[in-house]
Design a protein. Structure first.
Length: 206
């Protein structure tokens, strides 16, 4: 089967891409607006940019229903700050609850029964129940259109890290069995990290 993106609808492209580009890590992003209203939302379009200096990215889309940007994007544009909270198995339901579309003044922390802890260097709070929190300052925002189905790439520099010592062994090695991260597959299907394979990388030949 050969397909041209020009002949597919946004819905078809979304279904195809999210069903094949997976599993995807989840960036649970907390942000705040100018009036002090806090927001918490999960984004599966999320990943590492580089470690030197440490940067991450997430991609908030334009809502198909309202054709408006996500509150998270509005907040990071305004304040230039956000926190990435890592999602674990025990937090899966709370993460899913926080995905509920709410008015900007309503608090997803409260809706999901989560504890908002103050951050060290940024104004948005962090999720106390998450074992890893990355405090970030926005470096770049690249917009890919303003229509429903479009999105933005938000790149932030990590300025502070909170790590629960229970998941760390020597040399900052994170114990996957203790962290128990989850990833998004397609739709409402998630995966656990319960089976691993090791494939050593080939030695360089440069």
């Amino acid at each position: 089967m050969e397909l041209s993106p020009k002949n597919l609808s946004t819905k078809e492209l979304h279904k195809l891409m999210t069903s094949t580009i997976m599993p995807r890590p989840i960036g649970w992003i907390s942000s705040i607006d100018e009036a002090g209203h806090i927001n918490l939302a999960p984004f599966s379009f999320f990943n590492i940019v580089c470690p030197n200096p440490p940067h991450v990215l997430f991609c908030p889309g334009i809502r198909r229903q309202t054709k408006l940007p996500k509150d998270t994007l509005t907040n990071v544009k305004t304040t230039g700050e956000f926190v990435v909270n890592i999602v674990t198995e025990s937090l899966a339901q709370a993460m899913n609850t926080s995905a509920t579309e709410l008015p900007p003044t309503e608090n997803e922390f409260e809706l999901a029964g989560l504890t908002a802890l103050p951050s060290v260097h940024v104004k948005p709070p962090r999720v106390a129940e998450s074992p890893i929190n990355y405090e970030c300052r926005v470096v770049h925002i690249y917009e890919v259109g303003q229509q429903a189905g479009n999105g933005s790439v938000v790149i932030g520099e990590i300025v502070h890290i909170h790590v629960n010592e229970a998941i760390v062994s020597d040399d900052l090695h994170i114990e996957i069995a203790e962290l128990k991260p989850i990833g998004l597959l397609r739709g409402s299907n998630y995966c656990r990290v319960t089976d691993q394979i090791e494939i050593p990388r080939p030695a360089p030949k440069l």
